[in-house]
Every structure is written in structure tokens, then in C-alpha cells.
Design a protein around this ligand. Structure first.
Ligand code: SF4
Length: 239
């Protein structure tokens, strides 16, 4: 006996999630990489539903970085006020638009290193844009992915970056994009933060958290239930 926790069957978990959630895609509405970048920046600590309401009135008026820059900071703040942190988001969006024009010809770059140099764009936002706007394999870790992956035992990390590293090592590259969506759906539908519905969960046979509960060690035995240092995957990124 090594004392090492039992490893869950990754393949079985992924195929079960694929059956449960056959159409994995982002809930954010967008038509262009630029729109997805803005929507993802707005979604920090805000629901996708609220972001979609805001972008529905934003995007028809503001088609690209130039349009956002023409708008004074206060006017942009008014338009995005409902999504919280609106002053900071408006500032970051305007600066990002300026840098897109200055460095990238007004286009959203399809490189992680370029994306994370934009203000308000962290690993998670960059990975969301790469995966959903460009189809480039990436696995963004938000609060749902962080929680569900740790509970299942697919990862055992204290930071989103650790969890991302472990998940991308464990999950085949061609399933990084759907795996991100599957874990989010499962976190929203079944594996809730406060009261996971383990009795009804199809993943229960392979879930480390469920096993720990059955063994009487309980959920507190599992590190990384919450993102270290804040409520979201990166203090200013979407949860
Ligand atoms: S068994 Fe419980 S803790 Fe494990 S994934 Fe399902 S809902 Fe989450």
C-alpha cells in the first residue's frame, strides 16, 4: 500500500461526459474572435447569461476595436455596468483595443503569448479564445473545471495553472476543448459547489470525492475545492 490516492479512469469519465453532454460549446454568444474576446473579458465574475444580454446591445453598435476606442470610458462603463467590475473592465477593454490596433492590425492574435499580454486577459481568457474562436486545443480552467476536476481526482491542484497542467497531461489533446465544456456543464448541472448531487451523478463510480465520502474521510479531505486565493479562476477572470 503506497498511500497514493486511486487514479480515476480518465477514458471512462470522458466518454461518460461525452454521452451526458453531446454538444459541448460555450454559452457566450459571438460571431468573431474579437466579440468572443470582449465577451470573455466581460464574463469575469459574471454569468454568461448576463454577458449575452450586455453584448446583444453592445456588438451591433461596436463592431471592432476602433469603435470601442471612439467611445469615452464613461460611456462604455454605462453600457457594461450590469456585469460588475465595470470600471476595470471598461479600462481593460479600451486598452486591449488600443493594443490590438497597435500590435496586431486590429485583429485578435491566435497565440497564447500574445493574448496574455493584453490587459485583463489571463490564462483562462486566452485559452477560451484560442479554443472557441480558433479551434486551437486549449483547456481553460474556470471555477467549475477547477472544482469538478479536483473532486473527480482528474487533477489535484491548488491553483488553476496546476489543474490546467495536470488535465492537459492526462487528457488527450484532441479532447481538451470538449473536456473544458463537459466539466463546466457538469459543474453547473450536477457537481454544484456547495451541494454536489452525488447520488444522481453518473460519474460517481470513478469519483475520488464520492469514494472519500463513502470511506468516511469526507469532502474536506480533498484539497483544491476552491480556487486558492479567490472565488474565481484568477481573481479577475470568469467564474
Ligand atoms: S460524484 Fe459527486 S463530487 Fe463526484 S463528480 Fe459527481 S457530483 Fe461531483
Amino acid at each position: 500500500m503506497t498511500g497514493e490516492p486511486m487514479q480515476p479512469d480518465t477514458e471512462w469519465i470522458l466518454s461518460t461526459l461525452a454521452e451526458l453532454y453531446p454538444n459541448p460549446r460555450t454559452a457566450l454568444h459571438f460571431e468573431t474572435p474579437f466579440q468572443l474576446l470582449i465577451a470573455t473579458m466581460l464574463s469575469a465574475q459574471c454569468t454568461d447569461k448576463r454577458v449575452n444580454i450586455i453584448t446583444q446591445r453592445l456588438f451591433p453598435r461596436l463592431g471592432g476595436p476602433e469603435d470601442f476606442l471612439k467611445l469615452p470610458q464613461e460611456a462604455l462603463e454605462d453600457l457594461i455596468r450590469d456585469c460588475g467590475l465595470y470600471r476595470e473592465k471598461a479600462r481593460n477593454i479600451r486598452e486591449t483595443c488600443r493594443l490590438l490596433l497597435e500590435r496586431h492590425g486590429g485583429e485578435v492574435p491566435a497565440r497564447f503569448e500574445d493574448l496574455v499580454r493584453l490587459p485583463g486577459v489571463g490564462r483562462k481568457t486566452a485559452n477560451v479564445v484560442l479554443a472557441n474562436a480558433f479551434g486551437i486545443p486549449a483547456l481553460a480552467v474556470d471555477t467549475h473545471v477547477f472544482r469538478v476536476a479536483n473532486r473527480l481526482g482528474l487533477a489535484r491542484g491548488r491553483t488553476p495553472e496546476e489543474v490546467e497542467r495536470q488535465l492537459t497531461a492526462r487528457i488527450p489533446r484532441d479532447r481538451w476543448i470538449p473536456a473544458h465544456h463537459w466539466l463546466i456543464y457538469h459543474g453547473r448541472n450536477v457537481c454544484h459547489a456547495r451541494s454536489p448531487r452525488c447520488e444522481a451523478c453518473p460519474l460517481r463510480p470513478e469519483c475520488a470525492h464520492a469514494r472519500a465520502q463513502a470511506a468516511g474521510t469526507g469532502p474536506a479531505a480533498w484539497a483544491g475545492e476552491r480556487v486558492a486565493g479567490g472565488s474565481g479562476a484568477g481573481a479577475r477572470e470568469r467564474t
